[in-house]
Design a protein around this ligand. Structure first.
Ligand SMILES: [Zn+2]
Length: 149
């Protein structure tokens, strides 16, 4: 048992091969619907197909494993407006982002509240939350937020 005040490095420190890192836990989620209202006209639009998307979430710090959400979601087409759209999942992640909103919010807090440089924030996210985010990705998020405000 570790004693109080004893320094124990992260179990993954020194690992150089990606395949030696702990494997992610896969959590399945569904946003798969037969019909969804069209975002333009509000009419019910049928499902065209079902596709998959992987989102990296904050990991499981007890087991030390990353956590990935595997989302099956429907794509729809409104015949009247001829628009294609996806089932809504804005509660999970921004469009085209590979990380959940939880990860983005945590990264922003590390940089803006705690003043961590991007590389340190990237290491912190891996060490304490078991999610690997390249530092350049964190930088993009912070700069996008600065542009908006
Ligand atoms: Zn429509």
């Amino acid at each position: 048992m570790p004693k109080p005040g004893q320094y124990i490095p992260d179990s993954t420190e020194g690992i150089t091969r990606v395949e030696d890192l702990p494997k992610p836990k896969i959590i399945k989620r569904s946003r798969n619907y037969k019909r969804r209202p069209c975002p333009q006209c509000g009419r019910s639009a049928y499902r065209l197909r079902t596709v998959k998307r992987t989102l990296h979430d904050l990991g499981d710090t007890i087991s030390g494993r990353p956590r990935d959400l595997l989302i099956r979601y429907s794509q729809h087409r409104c015949i009247r407006c001829n628009v294609y759209f996806n089932a809504d999942m804005d509660d999970l992640a921004l469009p085209k982002c590979h990380y959940t909103l939880h990860v983005v919010a945590m990264a922003m807090r590390l940089v803006i509240e705690d003043g961590l440089p991007y590389r340190a924030a990237s290491w912190h996210l891996w060490r304490d939350h078991r999610v690997f985010v390249p530092f350049a990705t964190i930088q993009n998020w912070v700069e996008a937020g600065e542009k908006k405000s």
